[in-house]
Design a protein around this ligand. Structure first.
Ligand code: CA
Length: 228
């Protein structure tokens, strides 16, 4: 389960919420749920999701207000939001409100359509989870075939080093703290000493740099690691 994309489903209708959660889990994603707007805002702060599926009509705080607040927050503005609205709620009006949602789906919708839209949003924020290939300078990761190349040479990586590299390659330049890498690569529920991260980054470096000059992984003192 380590490193699966996390999708937050916010829907007050229990049956609809369960159907969504079930189908999104079946795609191999981790699902968190909330049944009200205020609950959703708390959930996002506790565990920032990769994508949010947000119903418009919610008790306490409406979906539009949730969307507006998240899009104004420095830490949350980049989380893609797919807004759900009933036909009777007038989709044009929802669009006109300029909530900053990244996509809109009108109820009733097909689950297949929703999953396709979900994958589109994930491709932007977590390309390795839906794409086939990642490239950074002379490093290439073929996700479908689980192969890694640097230049012409194919590299042999262990499973942990492979997941570390895909995390780095999804966001070149991003500085990852050890805790963030633990969450992404080992999973949120597993206790691993943060020094383990250093050991595996060391192994990844060794594999990447064997016979090739120029270390692509940067150690950022007091902060963590980055690719490039
Ligand atoms: Ca609703």
């Amino acid at each position: 389960m380590a490193g699966e994309p996390v999708v937050l489903v916010v829907e007050d209708e229990p049956a609809q919420r369960e159907v969504l959660a079930y189908n999104i889990r079946a795609e191999g994603f981790d699902v968190l749920t909330a049944s009200a707007g205020d609950e959703a805002l708390v959930a996002v702060r506790e565990t920032p999701p990769d994508v949010i599926v947000l119903d418009w009509m919610l008790p306490h705080v409406s979906g539009i207000e949730v969307c507006r607040q998240l899009k104004m927050g420095a830490d949350t503005s980049k989380i893609p939001i797919i807004m759900l609205s009933a036909r009777s709620e007038d989709t044009d009006k929802v669009r006109g409100l300029e909530t900053g949602a990244d996509d809109y789906i009108t109820k009733p919708y097909s689950v297949a359509e929703l999953l396709a839209r979900l994958r589109t949003q994930l491709r932007r924020v977590r390309p390795a989870t839906v794409g086939e290939r990642l490239e950074y300078e002379d490093i290439r990761v073929d996700l479908a075939e689980h192969r890694v190349y640097r230049g012409e040479a194919e590299l042999s990586l262990g499973p942990t080093e492979f997941r570390l590299l895909t995390a780095f390659m999804e966001r070149p330049g991003r500085v990852w703290s050890r805790e963030q890498l633990l969450d992404r690569v080992w999973g949120r529920d597993i206790y691993v000493d943060s020094r383990t991260v250093d050991v595996h980054v060391g192994r990844l470096r060794k594999a990447l740099n064997a016979g090739i000059a120029g270390d692509p992984i940067r150690t950022v003192r007091g902060a963590g690691y980055a690719l490039g």
